[in-house]
Design a protein around this ligand. Structure first.
Ligand SMILES: NC(=O)c1ccc[n+]([C@@H]2O[C@H](COP(=O)([O-])OP(=O)(O)OC[C@H]3O[C@@H](n4cnc5c(N)ncnc54)[C@H](OP(=O)(O)O)[C@@H]3O)[C@@H](O)[C@H]2O)c1
Length: 248
């Protein structure tokens, strides 16, 4: 049996378990299984790793950063972002990767234009690091928008968002959980009245498909994109990493 899984807490309705179980069923991969490991502390990881058939793990909230202490090797993206969402297990050796980066970059590209030169990243959690890494790579200037004042030169608060900043930062990425089901009636507290046809609103949230954030963007004529493609791309990138060097 080839075993894969997801560590996080809480896991609730995990996309990954459903995605991989359907993938295995469609391809008649009866020797593969994907399980949820809902662990209340990262200290439980060594127990999970005792299974010699475990080949790979995805990592989600809140362990993308704390899991790094358990890795023997990290790819350069994990080293630079400080966040890992994919682990390959090879004869007991754990190598960490960040496939959120690939997922975000490829799905962002679909509607990105040459005019998207400045961005606002809403939220400063684990996923905002992957977003920032991609924007930096693409040469797009960005500001983090947080509930907290930090003093960092590239971080502002929601209260700082006036017409000028909104006008000059046409790419806005929601990397907060605001708007995610079941609390679909909320959205990041930005001044939506300054959003127009030149804006591109990208939401990492994928459930619902059109969050209130995206609805408000669409109503103003902005380009919009949700996190569903990002999720599928990062899952397939994880699968490729786990199976690299094998016949699959
Ligand atoms: N589509 C995908 O493939 C994909 C991949 C990764 C994540 N996601 C989704 O992206 C979202 C964020 O993920 P994450 O791992 O970065 O989550 P997280 O670490 O729990 O939160 C991200 C940040 O959101 C801000 N935030 C949290 N609660 C808030 C609230 N009530 N009001 C305003 N801001 C709030 C916080 O930033 P401040 O404290 O600085 O305000 C927090 O650090 C989740 O919904 C997750 O499901 C999607």
């Amino acid at each position: 049996m080839r075993k894969f899984g997801l560590i996080g807490y809480p896991l609730g309705h995990s996309f990954s378990a459903k995605y991989f179980s359907e993938k295995f069923r469609r391809a008649s991969m009866e020797d593969c299984i994907y399980s949820n490991f809902e662990i209340p502390s990262i200290a439980h990881l060594p127990e999970i790793l005792k299974d010699p058939e475990l080949r790979g793990l995805n990592v989600t909230i809140p362990y993308k950063e704390s899991v790094i202490a358990y890795l023997q090797e990290k790819d350069p993206v994990v080293q630079e972002t400080g966040a890992c969402n994919c682990i390959r297990i090879d004869q007991g050796k754990l190598t960490g990767y960040n496939t959120d980066v690939k997922g975000f970059e490829e799905s962002l590209d679909e509607k990105l234009t040459a005019g998207d030169k400045r961005a606002l990243i809403l939220g400063t959690g684990g996923s905002s690091k992957a977003v920032a890494w991609v924007l930096h790579k693409k040469g797009i200037d960005f500001l983090f928008v947080s509930r907290k004042k930090s003093g960092a030169p590239n971080q502002i608060t929601y209260e700082d968002l006036g017409q000028e900043i909104m006008k000059t930062h046409e790419l806005i990425i929601n990397s907060t959980p605001l708007g995610m089901a079941p609390k679909t009636g909320v959205c990041p507290p930005i001044p939506y009245e300054y959003i127009g046809a030149g804006h591109y609103l990208f939401d990492l949230v994928y459930n619902p498909a059109k969050t209130l954030f995206l609805e408000k963007g669409a109503a103003a004529g902005a380009r919009i994109k949700n996190g569903a493609d990002m999720l599928a791309i990062q899952a397939e990138a994880s699968w490729a990493i786990w199976n690299a060097g094998s016949a699959e």
